[in-house]
Design a protein around this ligand. Structure first.
Ligand code: ZN
Length: 371
């Protein structure tokens, strides 16, 4: 990739309005481009994308001639969607009942060129260049965590972020480990008087965000987002949405990138988008600055309330960083009197996401043992 194309300043544009600046990027949302029959719900035929024919684009409706049951194609968002309509969800967000934080957000097609995203991150959102990126995953659904491990995690991650000038990156929703990181972020932001601008970036799937209709642009700014289920009854797609599948945005994140795949009630595209975006940001060849190391923290849950953290560190300083994080986690976990730190956990060999994994530490309440 051409270095200059990634981070050249937008000299020709002199917008003071961030929203206008984002509009100038001509970003798109995603729509289904091929009706493939999946099932009939209350007499309405639904496509694999989750929508009935009449809610598809005119070109799809015109092209649809096959008898539904005999349609031979297997629907796939990578092949059967297109992005030809401008994105309609971006700007600043206010969370009902949360006064402190006004996160920036943007809905984009999963094929959006990453060099455009990098420009938006650094030049429109003006996020500071990190010295380290800590990406945290694991434990979203059916998440159970002991209060001890929760506090230890908060201490460890926030200390790591503050002492290394790092960005924290999560899946952005108000559940599981993402919610805990959000809480830790809020608590530390309140505690620290002369804090640097902390960044907590959430990269989530668009279609599974609950109340995402509140994120589409209104004439009044900023948009007001809410966790109140009452709003669901006004969702234009409520008949086709499964509320069990979605999650709300976490109010403590500072930025959200919402990756659209036009597949209702289904994740997809956001993990790849995140991995490739972070690769680009941390790659010294693409941004023409020093290498930015990346730490991926994975929380693996064992039994109720107990779990273990793993890290995968990329970059030339990875050994030093690993040691640093290990001591930080050790200190954080050791503060909890009920917990023990166990560095002997054997890694599940099937884990392909992490290729250079080291266990960081774990927590096991008195009455539970490692399995
Ligand atoms: Zn469809």
């Amino acid at each position: 990739m051409n270095q200059k194309s990634v981070l050249s300043h937008i000299d020709s544009i002199d917008f003071t309005d961030t929203d206008e600046l984002i509009e100038s990027f001509n970003l798109k949302k995603t729509r289904c481009d091929c009706f493939v029959y999946k099932l009939s719900k209350d007499g309405t035929d639904l496509c694999f994308c989750g929508l009935p024919l009449h809610l598809h684009h005119e070109s799809v409706r015109r092209a649809f001639t096959h008898k539904a049951e005999n349609y031979p194609v297997e629907w796939n968002y990578e092949r059967h969607t297109t992005a030809d309509e401008p994105t309609d969800a971006f700007g600043e967000l206010k969370f009902e009942d949360f006064k402190r934080n006004d996160p920036k957000y943007l809905r984009v097609d999963f094929r959006t060129p990453l060099d455009q995203m990098v420009k938006i991150i650094f030049e429109v959102w003006k996020m500071h260049r990190p010295k380290l990126i800590i990406s945290i995953t694991g434990g979203a659904k059916n998440f159970k965590i002991n209060a001890g491990i929760k506090n230890a995690l908060k201490r460890a991650v926030i200390s790591a972020a503050l002492s290394t000038d790092a960005w924290l990156v999560t899946g952005g929703t108000n559940e599981g480990i993402m919610k805990i990181i959000g809480e830790a972020f809020k608590e530390s932001a309140i505690r620290l008087k002369n804090r640097r601008k902390l960044i907590l970036l959430g990269i989530a799937n668009w279609t599974t965000i609950k109340n995402n209709h509140l994120l589409t642009r209104k004439s009044t700014k900023p948009n007001m987002y809410s966790h109140d289920e009452e709003h669901f009854k006004n969702h234009p797609l409520k008949e086709f949405l499964d509320m069990q599948k979605g999650a709300y945005l976490d109010p403590n994140h500072t930025h959200f990138i919402l990756v659209d795949n036009a597949h209702l009630n289904n994740y997809g595209g956001e993990l790849k988008f995140q991995a490739e975006l972070l690769d680009l940001i941390t790659d010294p060849k693409s941004i023409n600055v020093n290498e930015i190391p990346m730490v991926m923290l994975l929380y693996h849950q064992h039994v109720l309330g107990s779990g273990h953290f793993f890290s995968d560190i990329r970059g030339s300083e990875s050994a030093k960083l690993q040691l640093f994080l290990k001591s930080l986690f050790f200190k954080s976990f050791a503060k909890n009197k009920k917990g023990i730190v166990n560095f002997k956990y054997k890694l599940n060999k099937n884990s392909s996401f992490f290729n250079n994994v080291m266990p960081l530490g774990g927590f096991f309440p008195d009455n539970e043992t490692d399995k």
